[in-house]
Design a binder for this molecule. Structure first.
Ligand SMILES: Cc1cc2nc3c(=O)[nH]c(=O)nc-3n(C[C@H](O)[C@H](O)[C@H](O)COP(=O)(O)OP(=O)(O)OC[C@H]3O[C@@H](n4cnc5c(N)ncnc54)[C@H](O)[C@@H]3O)c2cc1C
Length: 384
């Protein structure tokens, strides 16, 4: 007899660990299967920090989910004592008509979110490390800041285990099929059955969700840590906001205060601009010319940041064509399978609320959260 569960969660990265927590908190029998070890650095949920913010330039439809995510950050912090969110404030900088500035303002206005508009002189006065051009402006949001991906994943795994979930690491799913009223899941070691399957595959979506009809593209991304010229003091979170900075050529760069002690400096990265890859062929080496290009770019907007290069690491985005998420019942298996994928480089701040949505979908088939934007059918190839 194969072991039976109410729900099997595939992938225990950002989204899957949150799903395992929310499902097990509702008293159902949960099995989580993960290809690698707990809190690993081979997918999309590592590197010490992720930006979080509410004045969402991508679309105002994300705002109610962010308001809920912020409540859940506090719940997770309280339940585990782990450091999850640091709300040090954030600036979205660029020309007034850039998406970063105008899109953020649109969400802030539509949802009545506290914010301030700063001109270049005011940006320089408040944040002396930032060096905007005279025609650049910023939306300042006090509630923006960062979340810590490794702590968040570890906290969700810890809570799921405490609530009785079985979490199996280094045990990838090899395949699954519909079985009776539910599903049957195979690994090299075992076969499991369940009423419901929740698939959170990150960059493995093109392999695990071929029948979803979504043309994902996986993108290599690099994170860079520099020791600022003159030391980290002006870069500490009490003095320094997170920033997303778009220039006139639509290049977006984003960075963080110094959060992990002077030896780790401060982190910065380009948003998008990466090379297409697969989880198998991604180039994990960061090359001199890439480091030089980042240092050059930063010497214009945050001139003290690129003092000494410290280290770099790679990570993967899983992009959909419109860069909006996919969160839904699987259209080909609507009775028993739920999917969460295609987070397109901006999903981490939503991790706890996505966990809640996935538990709703798996257990009731629906959710009160607004997820209309994330329907995979919007992206399915048109029939020939
Ligand atoms: C450099 C970088 C910077 C980012 N910055 C931000 C930011 O500032 N703000 C923000 O909100 N978001 C940001 N993101 C995006 C965010 O981190 C991702 O959207 C999020 O981590 C995706 O989580 P996930 O659960 O989909 O993927 P993952 O966390 O990678 O989880 C997928 C899991 O599935 C497992 N898996 C795959 N195949 C199998 C199998 N067959 N069986 C079992 N398990 C399997 C994998 O091992 C993995 O653990 C960034 C991403 C990167 C790479």
């Amino acid at each position: 007899m194969s072991p039976t569960y109410d729900v099997i969660v595939i992938g225990l990265g950002g989204m899957g660990s949150a799903a395992a927590h929310h499902l097990s908190s509702r008293g159902v029998r949960v099995l989580g299967l993960e290809k690698f070890g707990p809190v690993h650095n081979r997918g999309s949920s590592h590197g010490g920090s992720r930006i979080t913010r509410q004045s969402y330039f991508e679309d105002p439809a994300y705002v109610p989910l962010l308001l809920r995510a912020y409540e859940l950050y506090e719940d997770v912090e309280r339940a585990t004592g782990r450091d999850i969110a640091t709300l040090c404030g954030g600036v979205m900088v660029g020309p007034p008509d850039s998406l970063t500035v105008s899109g953020s303002l649109r969400s802030a206005t539509q949802w009545d979110l506290p914010h301030e508009m700063l001109d270049a002189a005011e940006i320089r006065r408040r944040f002396p490390t930032l060096n905007p051009k005279d025609d650049e402006v910023a939306l300042y949001e006090k509630k923006a800041g960062l979340v810590r991906p490794e702590n968040m994943v570890a906290a969700h795994l810890q809570l799921a285990t405490r609530q009785g979930a079985d979490l199996h690491f280094d045990e990838p799913m090899t395949r699954w099929e519909p079985y009776r009223d539910g599903v049957r899941v195979h690994t090299a070691e075992n076969t499991y059955t369940a009423s419901q399957l929740v698939i959170c595959p990150g960059a493995w979506a093109p392999q695990l969700l071929t029948d979803l009809g979504v043309p994902f593209s996986i993108e290599r991304q690099v994170m860079y840590w520099f020791q600022p010229r003159g030391g980290v003091r002006p870069f500490l979170p009490e003095n320094h906001p997170i920033y997303i900075w778009e220039d006139a050529d639509d290049v977006q760069v984003y960075g963080f205060p110094s959060i992990d002690g002077p030896e780790l400096g401060a982190k910065v990265a380009f948003f998008r601009k990466g090379v297409e890859c697969t989880p198998e062929n991604i180039d994990r080496t960061v090359h001199e010319d890439e480091i030089g290009a980042m240092a050059d770019h930063m010497s214009r907007c945050v001139p003290d940041l690129p003092g000494t290069f410290l280290k770099a690491a790679t990570c993967m985005y899983s992009n959909t064509p419109d860069e909006h998420f996919v969160i839904a019942r699987h259209p080909a298996h609507p009775e028993s399978v739920t999917v969460a994928c295609g987070f397109s480089g901006h999903g981490f701040k939503f991790v706890p609320v996505v966990g809640e949505i996935l538990a709703d979908l798996a257990l009731t088939g629906t959710t009160a959260h607004p997820i209309g934007l994330f329907d995979p059918l919007r992206l399915a190839a048109a029939p020939a």
